[in-house]
Every structure is written in structure tokens, then in C-alpha cells.
Design a protein around this ligand. Structure first.
Ligand code: ADP
Ligand code: MG
Ligand code: ZN
Length: 482
């Protein structure tokens, strides 16, 4: 980077999980045969009238409040005109100068430093249909099919101030935003399914400069990883361009995930190109303060507050608390487990290490895993009672993760009960001592470390089932007798 600084602002689209669309009664359900969730209103046939779904307004206000915005007292819809085959009406019903929420902010944590990112606005709009391009990429496609099931699905667009300075900060912002929306339960926020979508506006400027450079807008970012990679690539591309004495052109670019590059899509349109005007078919909105207050009161504990509480009340390290609260599902899993088995750090360790490892390996969401908080709590109790060792517990955990079986049943079925019987362990200790005279000699000669090897041999003999405490004690006794 050297003498340049990156400036990034994100535009995030969030699909709201209402049952029906924003202006008609069609279902919003994902999937479904193409063009089966449609009606004259969401197809934009002449002569029909839209009616606002009140749930959309409620969810938008909740989302606005959760990201610290002020909620408008008066708001309206506008038409954003453009022609594209995914939009049958040739205009998108959106909000222009009087959005439902403005002037918010969100605090992100990057490498232990807290930074406040401004949120310009949050507005409501309808989603467009989906074009399915017949070919590898949009530019090499020979034809496209149009599916309007998504047309009219409610969205909120959340626009950040250009306050982000790196790909890492952008990712942290997006993760925090996703967590908050997930906590307040107004969207599935799944990037793979398109219920969370992000466009990144990127520019560079000399370090110390206060002016904004010319930006490009990068689209087609379908995962957190692609957001980060695309921003990193685009920053470097702009620096190279400037270093070569070229100017940055304001344009819309697309991220090519396979090639790992951004490509020019079109020159950037300006607001006046859209000929925005107030939507004449929808009445403007007067938002009651009482309703806003009621919605605010009803908000659940948000990730930041929850994190602070887990640190203060459960004594979790900041890192643990951050990971556990990064998703609502994970936090709920933690809550339920510690409710039954209040070993906070123990539960947090199993979630952060074993559970996340398995989820990542299988690329799964916690809701898809079979393991239950009750199961984990029970397993931890079994470790505490010395029924199983911590090592065996990992096997049990994995089995619970895959099958959802009860830990006691797994232990019985697989014969994994910990061996604590001194007589049984003693005979193995004697056998291992007899088979490893060299290590015994080393130990006698003062090499304390060789005891680790002997313990390892005993654990191997017992397939990890021997109680390590008992093994250590008996082994030391025996060696000292020699
Ligand atoms: P548009 O609809 O033209 O894209 P918006 O106002 O909706 O405009 O969004 C602009 C986004 O771009 C915001 O997130 C804003 O923070 C960001 N942005 C504006 N100027 C710059 C810039 N020079 N460099 C980086 N980001 C910018
Ligand atoms: Mg934009
Ligand atoms: Zn419809």
C-alpha cells in the first residue's frame, strides 16, 4: 500500500423473511418452480395496484433501530426507472430522498481495536426477478431465462459511509451486520442463497488526503471470502493503475471468482439517470412514535451487548465471547448448554474448537448439525464424573455431531468407558515398563521427559480409555519402586 489509503463503502441488500411479498400476497419462499410465485402485481401488469405489506415496514424499522439509525417520521416510496429484463415494470419501487431510517452506526472490532462505521441510510425496496444465463458467464452467455419468483420479495438496502479502510474492516463490518440482522430475526442472511448481498465501493487516495478518490463499484460478491478477495484485488488494481499514470474510471465492475479478478461491466450510472419520482400508487407513510418505541423495546439482546455480558458475567475471554456471539445460533447453543451445565469456559472450548472445526469441515450451519445442547451438557458431565476421558470425549462428540445419539448410548455401544480400575491399569503399566527398558533407564537417569512416552504407550494399549490421572500416579509409583 505504501503511500495510498483505501476507502470503502458497502451497499448491503438484505432479503426480509416475511411470508409474502412486499406489495402482493405471493409467497416469498426460496426455490420453487420458475414463475409459480407470481401474480399480476409482482409481474407489473397494467392496471394493478400495490399495497404495502405492514410486516415489511416493521422489519425495516427493527433493522434500522438495531443499527442505531433514527427512524423517519415521514417516509415514502419512489420509482427508480431502468430497463432490464429482470424488472417487468421497467421501474423498481424503492425509496429515494426519504428513506425509512438514516444516520446509524455499527462498531466493528479488528485486531482488538474498536472502530465506529457510519451508516448513511436503510431503505425498503422490492427485489427484481432472476435471470438465469445460459452459459458460463454473463458475457459469454447466448441467452437467458427469466424467473420472476423473486420479483417483489422485500429487501432493505443498508448503505455505509465510506469509513472502511481495508478488506479486513469490510469483512468485519459485514459479519457484524449479518450477526445483528440474524439476531433480530428479520432475514435468513444467507450469502449463498442471496438473502444477503453486498456491493463494494472502492477508491484509493494518498495517505493524509481528505478528498475522496474516484470509486468503482464491485458486484457479484457471493461470500465473505469473495468480498475480502475482491476488495484486496481492486485496491491493488487501482494502485497499479495510478502508478502507471492512468486515471481511475468511475464504473461498475464484476468479481470473477474463478479468475480472482474484477472486470469492467459498465460505466457507472448516476442518480439522475434513474429519473426517480414519487411512487403515485402507494400512500406516503407516517410512522407513529409509539410503534417505534414498542419495536425498540421488543428488540432482543444484540451481539455486542451479549458479548459484553459473557465477558462480565461468565468470565469468558474476549476472544471466546466474540466467537460465541458472532452468530445467533451459536450463542443460543452456548446459552442452552451452560443452562444445563454451567461450566462456561468448558462449554465455550468445546463449541469453539470441536464444534466449529466439524461445522467448517462439513461446510454446515449449526442448525444442520445433529448434536444438541443437551447432548453436549451430558457429555461434559460424563467427563467430570470420570466416565470418559477428554480424549475419548472427542470421539463421542463427533458421533453426536453426525448422528445426534445420546452420549451414554454411544459410550456403551462403542465400549468407550474410561478405565479407572487400578488393578487393570497396573498390569498394563507393568507390561509397558517391561517392554521399554530404555525409557525406564532414561527416567532413572533424570530424563523426566521419558515419562511422557511411557504414558503414551499405556494410553495406546488401552485405546485412550485409561484414566490419565490414575495412569500417571501408578506409573510414577512403579518407577520409583524400581
Ligand atoms: P450509488 O447508488 O450511486 O451507488 P449510494 O449513495 O447508494 O450511491 O452508495 C454509495 C456507496 O459508495 C456508499 O456506501 C458510500 O459510502 C460509498 N462511496 C461513496 N463515495 C466513495 C468513494 N469515493 N470511495 C469509496 N466509497 C465511496
Ligand atoms: Mg451503488
Ligand atoms: Zn405477486
Amino acid at each position: 500500500m505504501g503511500q495510498y489509503e483505501a476507502v470503502i463503502g458497502l451497499e448491503v441488500h438484505v432479503e426480509l423473511k416475511t411470508k409474502t411479498k412486499i406489495f402482493c400476497g405471493c409467497p416469498t419462499e426460496f426455490g420453487g418452480e420458475p414463475n409459480t410465485h407470481v401474480c399480476p402485481i409482482c409481474l407489473g401488469l397494467p392496471g394493478v395496484l400495490p399495497v404495502l405489506n405492514k410486516k415489511v415496514l416493521e422489519y425495516a424499522i427493527k433493522a434500522g433501530l438495531a443499527i442505531n439509525c433514527s427512524i423517519a417520521e415521514f417516509s415514502k416510496f419512489d420509482r427508480k426507472n431502468y430497463f432490464y429484463p429482470d424488472l417487468t415494470k421497467a421501474f423498481q419501487t424503492s425509496q429515494y430522498d426519504l428513506p425509512i431510517a438514516e444516520h446509524g452506526h455499527l462498531d466493528i472490532n479488528v485486531n482488538g481495536e474498536i472502530k465506529r462505521i457510519g451508516i448513511t441510510r436503510l431503505h425498503m425496496e422490492e427485489d427484481a426477478g432472476k435471470l438465469v444465463h445460459q452459459g458460463d458467464t454473463i458475457s459469454s452467455s447466448f441467452s437467458s431465462l427469466a424467473d420472476y419468483n423473486r420479483a417483489g420479495v422485500p429487501l432493505v438496502e443498508i448503505v455505509s459511509e465510506p469509513d472502511l479502510r481495508s478488506a479486513e474492516e469490510a469483512k468485519a463490518y459485514l459479519e457484524m451486520l449479518k450477526a445483528i440482522i440474524e439476531y433480530i430475526d428479520v432475514s435468513d442472511v444467507k450469502m449463498e442463497q442471496g438473502s444477503l448481498r453486498c456491493d463494494a465501493n472502492i477508491s484509493i487516495r494518498p495517505v493524509g488526503s481528505k478528498e475522496l478518490g474516484t470509486r468503482t463499484e464491485v458486484k457479484n460478491l457471493n461470500s465473505f471470502r469473495s468480498v475480502q478477495r475482491a476488495i484486496e484485488y481492486e485496491i491493488q488494481r487501482q494502485i497499479d493503475q495510478v502508478e502507471e499514470g492512468e486515471r481511475i474510471i468511475q464504473e461498475t465492475r464484476t468479481w470473477d471468482e474463478n479468475k480472482g479478478v474484477t472486470l469492467s461491466l459498465r460505466s457507472k450510472e448516476e442518480a439522475h439517470d434513474y429519473r426517480y419520482f414519487p411512487e403515485p400508487d402507494l400512500t406516503p407513510l407516517v410512522i407513529s412514535r409509539d410503534w417505534v418505541a414498542e419495536l425498540k423495546n421488543g428488540l432482543p439482546e444484540l451481539p455486542e451487548a451479549k458479548k459484553a455480558r459473557l465477558i462480565a458475567e461468565h468470565g469468558l475471554p474476549e476472544y471466546d465471547a466474540g466467537v460465541i456471539t458472532s452468530s445467533r445460533a451459536l450463542a443460543e447453543f452456548y446459552d442452552k448448554t451452560v443452562c444445563i451445565h454451567p461450566d462456561y469456559k468448558g462449554v465455550s472450548n468445546w463449541i469453539m474448537v470441536e464444534l466449529l472445526k466439524l461445522l467448517n469441515a462439513e461446510n454446515m450451519e449449526i442448525s444442520e448439525a445433529k448434536i444438541s445442547p443437551e447432548g453436549l451438557a451430558k457429555m461434559l458431565t460424563m467427563i467430570e464424573k470420570n466416565i470418559i476421558s477428554g480424549k475419548i470425549a472427542k470421539q463421542v462428540f463427533e458421533e453426536m455431531f453426525n448422528t445426534g445419539k445420546d452420549p451414554e448410548a454411544i459410550v456403551k455401544e462403542k465400549g468407550l468407558v474410561q478405565i479407572s480400575d487400578e488393578g487393570q491399569i497396573n498390569s498394563i503399566v507393568e507390561q509397558v515398563i517391561a517392554n521399554n527398558p530404555k525409557s525406564v533407564e532414561d527416567f532413572k537417569a533424570g530424563k523426566e521427559k521419558s515419562i511422557g512416552f511411557l504414558v503414551g504407550q499405556i494410553m495406546k494399549e488401552t485405546k485412550g480409555q485409561a484414566n490419565p490421572g490414575v495412569v500417571n500416579k501408578l506409573l510414577k509409583d512403579k518407577l520409583n519402586e524400581l
